[in-house]
Design a protein around this ligand. Sequence first.
Ligand code: HEM
Ligand code: HEM
Length: 225
Amino acid sequence: MIEPDAAPGALQRPRVRIWDWPTRAFHWLLVLLIPALWWTAENDQAEIHVLLGLGAFALILFRLLWGLMGSSTARFASFIRGPRAVMSYLNGHAAKVVGHNPLGGLSVAAMLALLTVQAGLGLFATDDDGEVFGPLSLWLDEDMVETITELHETLFNVLLVFIALHIAAILYYALVQRKNLVGPMLTGRGGAPEGVEEMRGAPAWRLAVAALVTLGATAWLWTQL
Ligand code: HEM
Ligand code: HEM
């Protein structure tokens, strides 16, 4: 993460591109959906939960595809780095490209993995009365579905811990390091020191492929409800 004050004394370029709009849309839609998913599950609105759950599944599937074919800062290969890169970052060596830093990248990878498993388990879950079914729950026997539903409930608490740490990290950067990470996640742009490579966008056809695969898979799940 490179922000205007990332390297004291470094020359600043005005507002380079950091995040593309699909990555930002993914993030903020997810931020809206998670509380809604929690609320509907806790307040006997399982039918709405399943519909919103399919929305979350679609977002996450899209993000996974975008991590393989999206713009430079959205790609897993750009932010899931080895221990050497993490150590070098911790020893104070600034990144040469914008995007998640090697440490933040690991936590993002963990959160995306958790979200994937959470949404995946939801597809096989049912409510307590056995009246509302995840679209794939009929594939498995009752005991298995019960176990998966419990896992789906438990994993949500793990997700909450990660979300709390995530927000604490953003606050730490804002208050202690005086780096505004939220601005770039909203506008797509932010400052970067001279010599740091800005985001390279992906061609529109890749967005079309990721969107079509996501829509196809989600529409098929919808037909299984
Ligand atoms: C990241 C996405 C998701 C989150 C955060 C989430 C969260 C939750 C939570 C917290 C509960 C348990 C509530 C309790 O303690 O009883 C729950 C239950 C459930 N979820 Fe999800 N869920 C997600 C995705 C999905 C998906 C994709 C589906 C299916 C399409 C789904 C289907 C269900 C069902 C059927 C239940 C049981 C309903 C109930 O007990 O009210 N969920 N979910
Ligand atoms: C439901 C709660 C949240 C979840 C599940 C979540 C999840 C994520 C994920 C998966 C990413 C990685 C983005 C990507 O590459 O796709 C991310 C990044 C980010 N999130 Fe959140 N987020 C949540 C809430 C928030 C909130 C409330 C804020 C700010 C007030 C926030 C600010 C940010 C920022 C600034 C980044 C970019 C970090 C960087 O510069 O490396 N998030 N978040």
